[in-house]
Design a protein around this ligand. Structure first.
Ligand code: PGA
Length: 248
């Protein structure tokens, strides 16, 4: 089994009910043979979106979940609640959560365990800051984040890893193909040692992916898809990215 290709859109804190028409347009205009298409909207939009795109092959996901199954955690969401309204995936440990909410890799591993228990695929995000890259620490940082964020019980079926350099997110700057290749090769080798099916875990690149650079990024060894922020909000941008992945 080769890793399954995945084009994942992370809407972050953007979009209201009116934005759901973009996903319908995406489903109509861009069938994606050979790859999964996932939209992770704000959690309140998962249920209405699932009703609007039923049967059109687009998967839905959350952007975070709590490590506990239920309880007194005001404002939080349990993995099972996301699954209940139609999510199949959840993004965990995005650098914005690590920065804004002080999430550590240990917390990310606990959330990933909860996601797995609820039957969700955990998309675990890793990435170095610009200062860490400048200091030559990128590979050490990524290896340490992977080691601490990957929970026991992770498999190629329930886990996706997204490499997202913090300095490339929302900035329009992307790493060179060599820089992406170097990190993805490390992830593939490390996962191969940690998991019996590590060769089959889908590895995504994220950070300023757009229609103009998607094909080049998808040609890099061990890049099995993308986690896309800004360019996932409009069908006119995300569609060509999905098409590039489908053709890769
Ligand atoms: P971007 O965000 O595509 O807007 O850079 C990517 C992400 O944060 O997942």
């Amino acid at each position: 089994m080769a890793p399954r290709k995945l084009a994942a859109g992370n809407w972050k804190m953007n979009g209201t009910l009116a934005a759901l028409a973009e996903v319908e347009a995406l489903a109509e205009a861009h069938p994606a043979p050979g790859c999964d298409v996932l939209i992770c909207p704000p959690a309140v939009l998962i249920h209405p979106l699932s009703a609007r795109i039923e049967g059109r092959g687009i998967k839905l996901g959350g952007q975070d979940c709590h490590a506990k199954a239920s309880g007194a955690h005001t404002g939080d969401l349990a993995a099972a609640q996301l699954a209940d309204v139609g999510a199949s995936h959840v993004i965990l440990g995005h650098s914005e959560r690590r920065a804004d909410h002080g999430e550590t890799s240990e917390m990310v591993a606990a959330k990933a365990r909860a996601a797995h228990e609820a039957g969700l695929v955990a998309i675990i995000c890793l990435g170095e800051t610009e200062a860490q890259r400048d200091a030559g620490e990128t590979l050490d940082v990524i290896a340490a984040q992977l080691a601490a964020s990957l929970p026991e019980g992770a498999t190629a079926a329930n886990t996706v890893i997204a490499y997202e350099p913090v300095w490339a997110i929302g900035t329009g700057r992307t790493p060179t193909t060599e820089q992406i290749a170097e990190v993805h090769a490390l992830l593939r080798a490390d996962l191969g040692k940690r998991l019996s099916d590590g060769a089959d875990v889908a590895l995504l690149y994220g950070g300023s992916v757009k229609p103009s650079n998607a094909a080049e990024i998808f040609a890099i060894p061990h890049v099995n898809g993308a986690l896309v922020g800004g360019a996932s909000l409009k069908a006119a941008d995300f569609g060509p990215i999905v098409a590039a992945l489908s053709a890769a």
